[in-house]
Design a protein around this ligand. Structure first.
Ligand code: UD1
Length: 369
């Protein structure tokens, strides 16, 4: 007996995480794989480019929900996704990460009596001010399979009294994608296009609501970029949320004035990986980039008060998790003056997470027969 699996994606990091799983599902005749795109991210640069470069098949269904408030976005996905579930009646819904699309799809599946697998379960920032934290906790508590990426995830789930029978420590699908595209990324022309030399710039990305949604935080971010650009060129591909805020708060001229700052549109996957692997260091508020820099062994500074990915700081190259600009500047000085430690690669971040997940899903499907 086969199994029909609906995988759900909505945002840029979801595409990176789903790619290796879809590839793995396609290898098994007993799996009928259906891909649903919620449409949470819809620009060419935020969506289509990722499908092309990661060789993800075109989504079978697009819910086209687009942008709105968090509540409307979540609710719209649920209404549209229910129709798909009623029509297709899958044996399993797979959701990845912690975005609104993740929670909306998981909750809809649960209410329709369909089993849910959460890939990247158990991560906690312990900061309920982050929209993603509620998405993580709620998704984990209604999922039937919890696939974790690091030991802290296993511990967090146990601490929340989630049955250990549902928890599977499988590693990191985002790293599966990174490892399988690293060689192709080396061929990217991004350094030549931006007139950059290896190790002579830092790559920066910011989009978290806590950093960009109000004028004071955005001014602090401006200050961080100004101070950093005094030491080294800064390359800043702008997330649409950040660009909107810079314009809304009238700070565009201030950013444009910074000498040594190169602002670009959001980059495609291969260009961004190439940019990271040749940079002296990375400054970011992204979750996934903390993991990717650990595997690329590039120093990372996380411009946040906390991280839900502590293994990147404990074992990897995540050297500072702080919004204190002075501390960041002293970390940058250390990176510039000495050889920063390369850290070590966390357990199971070996390119085989999707294979492990597929194996577990198929074995458990066999048992149900
Ligand atoms: C979402 C996720 C976040 C993830 C990030 C990756 C939630 C709560 N947040 O944040 O966890 O790290 O994606 O990028 O789900 N926009 C465009 N074009 C697009 C997509 C968005 O212009 O293709 C603009 C819209 O104006 C929108 C804003 O960006 O209002 C923010 O998009 P949204 O999907 O709400 O959240 P992100 O900030 O991207």
């Amino acid at each position: 007996m086969g199994i029909r699996i609906i995988s759900v994606v909505g945002t840029r990091p979801n595409f990176v995480k789903i790619a290796p799983l879809i590839r793995e599902f396609k290898k098994h005749r007993e799996i009928e794989s259906i891909l649903v795109h919620t449409g949470q991210h819809y620009d060419k640069e935020m969506s289509r480019l990722f499908f092309e470069q990661l060789e993800i098949p075109k989504p079978d269904i697009n819910l086209n929900v687009g942008s709105s408030t968090d509540v409307q976005q979540t609710a719209k996905i649920m209404v549209e996704f229910e129709k798909i579930l009623l029509e297709k009646n899958p044996g399993l819904v797979v959701v990845v990460g912690d975005v609104n699309s993740t929670l909306a799809a998981a909750l809809t599946a649960k209410k329709c009596g369909i089993r849910v697998a959460h890939v990247e379960a158990g991560l906690r920032s312990f900061d309920m001010g982050m929209p993603e934290e509620a998405n993580r906790i709620l998704t984990d508590h209604i999922s039937d399979y919890l696939f974790t990426t690091e030991e802290s995830g296993n511990r967090n789930l146990k601490d929340e009294n989630i049955s250990k029978n549902k928890i599977y420590f499988v590693g990191n699908v985002m790293i599966d994608s990174l490892l399988s595209h690293k060689e192709r990324a080396r061929e990217s022309k991004i350094l030549a296009n931006l007139k950059l030399n290896k190790n002579e710039y830092c790559a920066a990305t910011f989009h978290r609501p806590s950093n960009v949604d109000n004028k004071n935080s955005l001014k602090k971010l401006l200050n961080l970029v100004q101070e950093t650009a005094k030491k080294i060129k800064v390359v800043l591909p702008l997330h649409p949320r950040t660009l909107n805020s810079i314009e809304k708060f009238g700070l565009a001229d201030e950013f444009k004035k910074i000498r040594g700052l190169i602002m670009t549109n959001p980059l495609g996957y291969l260009d961004f990986i190439c940019l990271m692997m040749n940079s002296k260091f990375v400054v970011t508020d992204s979750g996934g980039i903390q993991e990717e820099t650990t595997v690329l062994q590039v120093p990372c500074i996380t411009f946040r008060e906390n991280t839900e990915r502590p293994v990147t700081a404990k074992e990897g190259t995540n050297l500072a998790v702080t919004t204190d600009i002075k501390k960041i500047q002293s970390t940058i000085e250390k990176i510039m003056s000495s050889k920063a430690s390369k850290g070590k690669i966390p357990k199971f971040w070996d390119g085989k997470a999707a294979e492990r997940i597929t194996d577990i899903i198929l074995k458990s499907n066999e048992k149900k027969k």
